[in-house]
Each structure stands twice: as C-alpha cells, then as structure tokens.
Design a protein around this ligand. Structure first.
Ligand SMILES: Cc1cc2nc3c(=O)[nH]c(=O)nc-3n(C[C@H](O)[C@H](O)[C@H](O)COP(=O)(O)OP(=O)(O)OC[C@H]3O[C@@H](n4cnc5c(N)ncnc54)[C@H](O)[C@@H]3O)c2cc1C
Length: 393
C-alpha cells in the first residue's frame, strides 16, 4: 500500500479540481488530486464550451466576472489558449413577452458593469441576416466567449503538474476519515493520502463524499443533449441562444455548428451513461432550422451529452463544510460550471490559504438545504415535465 501526504487533497479532476490544484500550488501548497477516470472525462470535457455572462443568477455575477477575467488571460496562465475566443453572445427573444424577460436579464448584467447592446428587429436583420424572423429582438454581450472543453481541463492539469501538483488518475476515493484536525483518504487502488484539508469537487458523484460527513443536498444527475453538424463555410461568429432554451448554437471556425437545447436529459452516474434520445436530435435540428433557415437541411454528424449534478435552485454548492473543518465542497454546477470554473478554483484556494475570499459565496452555502428548497423557474422549464421522463432520480 502506498501512502502520500499533502496539504490539500482534491477529489475530482474536472475543471473545478484542476483549477483549484493550480491556484493552490501557486500559493505554495502541496496538492494531490485524485480522479476516478482521467482528468476532464466527465462534464468538464463534454460540455458545449459557452463562457456566457448574460442571463446568470444575479448573486453569481461577482464570481462569474472574476472567472471571465481569468479566462481572458488563459494563455498567460497555463501556456495554452485552448481555443478561447471572445465570440460574443446573442440572447434572442421570439415575442414581446420574451423580450421583456431578456431586457430584465440585461438590466442585471448592466448593473454589474457588463456592456449590453439592445438590438431591435431591424438591427438584427442588418447585423445577422442569416437569422430568421423567429428572432424578434436580442441583446448582445461582446465579452461573452467560448473555449474548447476537450482541451481545457487536460491543459490546466498539465500546468498544475508543472507547479508540482501530484495527479493520480483511475483512482477512486472510497472513504474519508477525519480526526485531530487531519484527514485520511482511502482509494480503490490501495493508495492512501494523509492531508490537512480536502476539496470535494466530485461532480455528480459528490454527495457520496458529503454524506460521509452528515451533509446532504438534493443533487440529481442530468445533462443537456449536444449535437454537431457537418462543416459549412464560417458565417456565425457569436454564440446564439433562444431565451426559451429551445436552441443554443455556435459555429467553430473549422465550420461545424455545435448546438444544444432543453429539456435536459437524464444521466446515469452509476452506469456512466448520458444517452441522447432520437426525438431530441430531431427536435434540435428543427429548432436550428427555424432560427437559421440556411441550416434547415443540414446533417448532424455526432450527438453526445454528459453527466452533471443539478440542484433545484439551479445554483451550485461552493464553500466550507458546515460540519467538518478543513473540508470544502464545490459541486452541482447546474450546466454553467465551465464559465465559473477558474473563478471557483481561485476562490477555493483563497478560502484554504487565507481563510477568506473577496468574492461573495454565501448564496452557494450547502446550509441552504436544511429547510424546504424552492425550485427555480429555470428548473421547471429546463427539465422534462415528469419524473417518468427520467430526469429526476
Ligand atoms: C453536455 C453539457 C454541456 C454543458 N455546457 C456548458 C456550457 O456551455 N457552459 C458552462 O459554463 N457549463 C456547461 N456545462 C456545465 C459544466 O460542464 C460543468 O458545470 C463543469 O464542467 C463542472 O465541473 P466539475 O469539475 O464540477 O465536474 P466534472 O467535470 O464532472 O468533474 C468531477 C470529476 O470527479 C470525478 N470523481 C467523482 N467521484 C470521484 C471519486 N470518488 N474519486 C475520484 N474522482 C471522482 C469524476 O470522474 C469527474 O471527472 C455543461 C455540462 C454538460 C454535461
């Protein structure tokens, strides 16, 4: 049996884990990161790649903007740009009612200093002649961006390794014990870790860790279905989203159009499967064609989804355990953890090294689940209506 010791052990090699490792190592911490598969194998590597600032939970803006500033320096930070590009993001409404909603989102973004352009029907036709009349009006944020999720997590892991982090893949943490202000972790490979602090960023599997310390949250697994088309000449620069969620798409400079749409699909973290039903592929193609008539008869060449942890209030858990000093949770990113990943890693490193962070994390406390939890309006809209449809455990 091998035994390692560290200041901090990180459970989970998704984006949250590798950025936490990176920032902790920069602050001189000895870090071991344990991943049951390979880094970036789960939602961090399978996501859509949107770094969207528009339409976020109001209490998340300080974290989200801090994170975007890190994304904007990614090449300097890790020596690899990972196809980061400030493509801009167009949020479109199809009716007056939806337009009021989009403008309300914009008002929140603007109150946090984001520059938003308000485009009426005429502006839209002039700037984006490829959009159909389904797009009645839209807001545009130039600072929103995209990056390639398949590249990012391994690249941050390489940078963290370069700073001295030990990364152990195909190694599942099976048990955590605590006593005398320290932790001991057991794994399925026989490796044991002794450490002073632990980050539980095990994605859709994180409850198994939290519950060992008498903490819980109504976490359930799901994933939005994703599709990619055959390549076309590059003509769509911004990332585009219908506010009703029926279609979200972006074109990469290689020509393929990546698209997604709600409702999200059930995922099975035990069997490690996130299937995409055929009906969802057909619906996605229909919605894309309705928004961009030039793509009406395009072919989808690949479909996939991912396994992500969701919570009914559609915001994550980030912060210290309320039962166990030295334990920190960061899970349940509800479909938007790619954008805030670097910021979450930085905040966790500050909590661990400095005992505090300048970024407000109170809305994300695991303590909010002690009473009844109110489901967010997005939760009702973004998931299939009945448990029989398979979204809820
Ligand atoms: C299809 C899809 C599209 C998405 N699109 C976007 C988007 O466009 N923009 C955006 O901001 N977000 C998006 N998201 C959400 C985003 O991908 C996630 O919020 C983010 O990747 C979460 O990162 P994570 O590190 O918490 O989780 P994960 O990437 O799931 O990492 C957790 C890791 O923990 C490991 N693990 C679990 N248990 C153990 C254990 N016991 N021992 C060791 N390792 C363990 C897992 O194997 C996994 O690799 C999308 C998600 C999906 C699924």
């Amino acid at each position: 049996m091998t035994r390692l010791s560290a200041d901090v052990a990180i459970i989970g090699g998704g984006l949250i884990g590798v950025w936490s490792a990176y920032f902790l190592a920069k602050r001189g911490q000895r870090v071991v990161l344990l991943e049951k598969d390979v880094v970036g194998a789960q939602s961090s590597g399978t996501n859509f790649g949107n770094l969207r600032l528009q339409g976020r939970f109001p209490g998340q803006y300080p974290l989200s903007l801090r994170s975007q500033a890190l994304w904007e320096q990614i090449e300097t930070l890790i020596g690899d740009a990972c196809e980061f590009e400030a493509t801009g993001h167009l949020y479109f409404a199809s009716s007056e009612d939806e337009w009021r909603k989009v403008e309300a989102y914009a008002a929140v973004s603007e109150s946090h200093g984001l520059t938003i352009e308000h485009l009426d029907h005429v502006d839209l036709r002039r700037r984006y002649p490829w959009l159909s009349d389904k797009a009645y009006a839209a807001t545009y944020s130039a600072r929103d961006a995209t990056a390639n999720p398949r590249l990012v997590t391994p690249a941050v892991a390489r940078a963290a390794k370069g700073l001295g982090v030990t990364i152990v893949e195909t190694c599942r943490v099976t048990e955590l014990r605590t006593g005398d202000g320290a932790f001991s972790l057991a794994t399925d490979t026989g490796l044991s870790i002794d450490c002073g602090q632990v980050i539980n960023c095990a994605g859709a599997w994180a409850l198994a860790i939290a519950e060992q310390f008498s903490e819980t949250a109504p976490l359930f697994p799901a994933g939005p279905p994703q599709f990619v088309t055959e390549p076309f000449p590059y003509f769509i620069r911004p990332s585009v989203q219908a506010v009703d969620g029926t279609v979200i798409f972006r074109q990469i400079p290689r020509g393929n159009v990546i698209l997604a749409g709600y409702p999200r699909t059930a995922a099975d973290p035990v069997a490690n499967r996130a299937p995409v039903p055929l009906a969802k592929t057909l619906a996605a193609m229909r919605h894309l064609g309705a928004a961009v008539p030039a793509l009406e008869s395009c072919h989808v060449i690949r479909v996939w989804s991912g396994i992500e942890g969701y919570l009914p209030d559609m915001i994550p858990v980030i912060g210290p355990s309320l039962t166990t000093p030295g334990l920190f949770h960061a899970f349940g990113f509800c479909g938007h953890g790619f954008q805030i990943g670097p910021g979450v890693g930085l905040c966790l490193s500050e909590l661990i090294v400095d005992g505090e962070t300048q970024t407000p994390l109170a809305p994300f406390s695991i303590g909010r689940f002690t009473g009844a939890v109110e489901a967010d309006e997005k939760f009702r809209r973004e998931f299939d209506a009945t448990p029989a449809a398979g979204n809820k455990p």
